[in-house]
Design a protein around this ligand. Structure first.
Ligand code: OOB
Length: 539
């Protein structure tokens, strides 16, 4: 078993198998089965390239042989940072075949995040595209190779320059040395959006992630005619497995890859590829609703729009059917596991005003007060969860796991929710220190630490400010040493450290002091109230 992975206790594993949640299949065998059943059906479309199920399977078999020749073996980790492109799928299935473990970073991540994830996972290879949205990932790869001793290979989709190209690796004939992983092995490591401090890695096994995919596929009603547009980054759990690209393949449908989620790019693909379903975060739902007004594309094939990652406003939800002509499904999920969906045929009030119900009968959800006591239905409390596809611990994070999980194995989500008598959940807020910037999660402590390293800053508190489009935006409240830094200077500082662009500051305000709690901690609630409604000056 992978060192640093917290397994489910035996009695739970036995129960999940007995109840049919875990079926002893791997993600690799899932694709193989589809390729045997419907070899000529189209599996993936990326621009002008279209691969059948047979082709996707064969490409991943050849790539697996190439990776094996490089010495990449079962249980080793490989950091994958690719944009939405077909190679992401052939590579992941190649790794699943070998039993090597993809660590899924976002294309937006930069040197600080990649170094952290590579070191934490001791990845032996780093996989990037050559160029994407004007950024040259080979430059980043050079830094990573210098700074991360575990990285032995840099693999590039496209022009590899001094590195190895994925195309070259794929030239190998498939070998027979199958080293199939066990279904209970860790299949992939997802990135956590929801924790305080440095980003954590979330180990998902073949058994549990296939359960996740299968149940999500049922909840979203995917089938062999589904044509799913991957609008969000494919490394994100939502676009990957809820049901996402993998769910679409599980159902025998066609995955269409979209390089960026702007209406300019996505609408053309929806028309050209007769897309039936996609998933978006709330700010993109708003953008798409507005863009429909002036777009000329025919979007009538679209049947289902999933929205999740952050709270969707009821007014926005109510506009989806009239404007985009499709059904809305709210998805409240987390890379740690639990998924909640509103039903395809549920009433408008449920779909507009709730974030859905847990998808598995055996998802154990507790809503608790500050003393971990369950609250009555209708009252707000923190959601704790345990179940057949919810992790029991972050990867290599023993100390943090003691805080993030209860002694009986429930994940403390940090989300403040309310349960309606119907069982539907409404997300009301958050108790953990993360700013949800329209679905992108900004880890507060991490950014505060970077800001504290700026020479002009004596103290800093990062807070979320309510925003109509994004839900929240970031605001750094600063106590300056001498000359207060400007917003542009602070963002230049963050950029020079090398963080993802979505973590840059939206606003900075300079203060003389911070309001404190009785325990002497910064009172962020009070601080946010003061920024949103500044007290009138008495003069
Ligand atoms: C998804 O996953 P993560 O891991 O990036 O973030 C999880 C957190 C949740 O704990 C919650 O705070 C927030 O994002 N969240 C929502 C939400 N969906 C997620 N808050 C309000 N309303 C929603 N619908 O974001 C994710 C994973 C799978 C599917 C969908 C989203």
């Amino acid at each position: 078993m992978l060192e640093g992975f917290v397994n489910w206790p035996d009695e739970f594993a036995a129960k999940y198998r007995e109840l049919g949640y875990w079926r002893g299949e791997t993600l690799g065998t899932m694709l193989r089965t589809r390729a045997e059943e419907t070899p000529d059906r189209c599996a993936v479309i990326d621009g002008e390239r279209a691969w059948t199920y047979r082709e996707l399977e064969q490409r991943s078999a050849r790539l697996a042989a190439g990776l094996r020749r490089l010495g990449i073996a079962r249980g080793q980790r490989v950091l994958v940072q690719l944009p939405n492109m077909a190679e992401f799928l052939s590579l992941c299935f190649a790794l699943f075949r070998i039993g090597a473990i993809p660590v899924l970073a976002l294309p937006a991540h930069r040197v600080t995040e990649i170094v952290h994830l590579t070191d934490l996972s001791e990845s032996v290879a780093y996989v990037v595209a050559d160029l994407h949205l004007g950024f040259d990932y080979r430059t980043l790869a050079r830094t990573i190779r210098e700074r991360c001793p575990s990285v032995r290979h840099v693999l590039v989709a496209g022009d590899a320059q001094e590195f190895t190209s994925l195309g070259e690796l794929e030239a190998h004939a498939p070998d027979d040395q199958e080293t199939e992983p066990d279904p209970s092995d860790v299949a992939l490591l997802l990135l956590s959006g929801g924790t305080t401090g440095a980003p954590k890695l979330i180990p998902r096994t073949h058994d549990d992630y296939l359960c996740n995919i299968r149940l999500a596929t049922e909840a979203a009603g995917f089938h062999a005619q589904t044509r799913y547009l991957v609008s969000l980054p494919i490394e994100h759990n939502f676009a990957l497995g809820c049901p996402g690209a993998l769910g679409c393949l599980y159902a025998g449908g066609t995955v269409v890859l979209c390089r960026d989620p702007s209406p300019e790019t996505a609408f053309g693909l929806i028309e050209r590829e007769a897309i039936t379903a996609t998933a978006l975060i709330p700010p993109l739902v708003l953008l798409w609703l507005e863009a429909v007004e002036w777009s000329t594309e025919n979007l009538s094939s679209l049947q289902l729009l999933q929205a999740g990652g952050a709270r969707l406003k009821a007014e926005t939800a109510a506009r989806v059917r009239g404007t985009l002509g499709c059904t809305l499904q709210q998805v409240y999920g987390m890379a740690e596991g639990l998924l909640n969906f509103t039903g395809i045929n549920e009433s408008d009030s449920v779909v507009f005003e709730t974030q859905g119900r847990p998808m598995a009968v055996h998802d154990e959800v507790r809503i608790v007060d500050a003393n971990d006591h369950e609250v009555a239905d209708g009252e707000i409390g923190e959601l704790h969860v345990r179940g057949p596809y919810t992790i029991r611990g972050y990867y290599r994070a023993e100390a943090h796991n003691r805080l993030a999980f209860t002694s009986d194995g429930f994940y403390r989500s940090g989300d403040l929710v309310r349960r309606l008598p119907s069982g539907h959940l409404v997300v009301e807020g958050r108790s953990k220190d993360v700013i949800n910037r329209g679905g992108d999660k900004v880890p507060v402590e991490e950014i505060e630490n970077y800001l504290l390293s700026h020479p002009c800053i004596r103290d800093v508190a990062l807070i979320g400010i309510p925003d109509d489009a994004m839900g929240e935006r970031t605001c750094a409240c600063i106590i300056a040493r001498d000359v207060p830094p400007t917003l542009a200077e602070l963002n230049t500082h963050l950029r020079s450290i090398g963080v993802a662009a979505f973590k840059l500051l939206d606003r900075a305000v300079v203060l003389e002091s911070f309001p404190k709690t009785p325990l002497g901690k910064v009172n962020k609630r009070e601080l946010a109230a003061r920024i949103v409604h500044p007290p009138r000056s008495s003069s």
